[in-house]
Design a protein around this ligand. Structure first.
Ligand SMILES: Cc1ncc(COP(=O)(O)O)c(C=O)c1O
Length: 387
């Protein structure tokens, strides 16, 4: 008899982050740093654009690939960062996670081999599994609190049988970020093997190093040709404080765009118009929003990391990008159990490392995107007292 649901779906693990959060959600005494979002509300100018749109009666379907005005605005924004990226390479999506799923739906058949660099936000690997992919994870290695890539191991894992490489840089949860030279090496290799790259670059503007000319993290868009087998995933969530809006975009080879429009029709049909109006306003005010978000996150990182490093048994290096402190807690090998105990016994909500890769067992992720720096200090005090 056929199973009740697709076995693939039954087999995909539920989020271990949710498992911990469910233990403490709704408890006002818990300081929650488990989800990957800032606690700061979306800027007023962006909210107002959505309100105006609704008040003007913009409550109808939009084009599958997004409103022309938003695609134009994204094209200008991306071209400023990475050289010309025309609208014919762009699709607007209902969030970064939707963009990732669309990319995988377009590229991966059941049984295809997909290589993913881990630890990584679990949605990326789960999406490939939902499509029935044969998933091969290549793990970064922890070295004094910092996760590093062994390029030879990654290259030898990508062969002519590999349909797709999934890589998230700057990385959630480790903060690891590919260098331009590593991107060039990976691209050259994937060109040879005919492997697609899905690059999740949603944290590109949340980058703390000063080694690129545009201030953003190194991007595959800077090293690839327009027709390379590359899809880059972006989101309004992180650099514009818009997690709840569900708005993102994809950059792809122009030859793929029409098919992507078809897929969007079957998934969500389009992002809502008032949300897209908010996206246009966000891009118009990038200069007034994103540098402030970055500066504040840097302050958060620089506040939290030394405090954690001063605690006994903690191994941690400052993230190069993203918004997470990812640390090993020696003497506490089961990260889900530890995270649950921290919720119940210390009122501190962190995400378990195990959610991101088996190799991250014993690690914990702390999202430092906190409007109030005092919350971070208070959280460390709770951890210290608990330890
Ligand atoms: C690595 C990564 N990619 C994509 C996303 C998706 O963001 P959203 O769907 O809110 O745009 C997230 C959110 O946490 C993320 O961490």
């Amino acid at each position: 008899m056929k199973p009740f649901l697709r076995q693939t779906i039954l087999d995909v693990e539920e989020s271990r982050i949710r498992e911990v959060a469910n233990a403490g959600m709704g408890r006002s005494d818990v300081l929650a740093f488990w989800f990957g979002e800032s606690d700061e509300v979306t800027p007023q100018v962006v909210r107002q654009a959505a309100i105006d749109s609704i008040n003007q009666g913009e409550t109808f379907y939009a084009h599958n690939l997004g409103m022309p005005a938003l695609r134009e605005a994204v094209s200008t924004y991306m071209s400023d960062l990475h050289g010309t990226i025309g609208v014919e390479r762009l699709a607007i999506t209902s969030g970064g996670v939707n963009a990732l799923m669309l990319a995988v739906q377009a590229l991966v058949d059941a049984g295809d081999e997909v290589v993913a660099v881990t630890p990584v936000w679990p949605n990326l690997t789960a999406q490939a599994l939902v499509m029935g992919a044969h998933l091969k994870c290549v793990s970064l290695t922890p070295l004094q609190g910092q996760w590093v890539l062994d390029m030879n191991v990654l290259l030898s894992s990508i062969t002519s049988s590999t349909r797709l490489l999934i890589v998230n840089s700057p990385n959630n949860p480790t903060g690891w970020t590919l260098t331009r030279q590593e991107q060039e090496v990976l691209l050259a290799h994937c060109r040879q093997t005919g492997t697609w790259i899905v690059a999740d670059e949603v944290y590109e503007r949340l980058y703390y190093e000063n080694d690129t000319s545009n201030g953003a993290a190194p991007s595959f868009l800077d090293v690839c040709a327009p027709d390379d087998r590359l899809v880059v995933v972006h989101s309004f969530s992180k650099s514009f404080l818009m997690t709840g809006w569900r708005l993102g975009w994809l950059v792809m080879p122009a030859a793929m765009t029409q098919a992507m429009g078809k897929l969007i029709e079957f998934n969500t049909s389009c992002a809502s118009v008032f949300t897209q109006r908010a996206g246009i306003a966000a891009l118009q005010h990038t200069a007034g929003i994103t540098p402030q978000v970055l500066a504040h996150l840097k302050l958060c990182r620089n506040t939290l990391v030394p405090l954690l490093q001063a605690l006994p048994g903690i191994e941690l290096a400052p993230a190069r990008g993203g918004m997470y402190a990812f640390f090993k807690l020696h003497g506490h090998p089961d990260s889900v159990a530890t995270a649950k105990r921290l919720v119940l016994e210390a009122g501190l909500g962190l995400a378990p490392g195990e959610a991101f890769a088996p190799a991250a067992q014993g690690w914990l992720r702390w999202c430092f995107a906190s409007k109030d720096l005092g919350r971070l200090v208070q959280g460390v005090d709770r951890l210290k007292a608990w330890l």
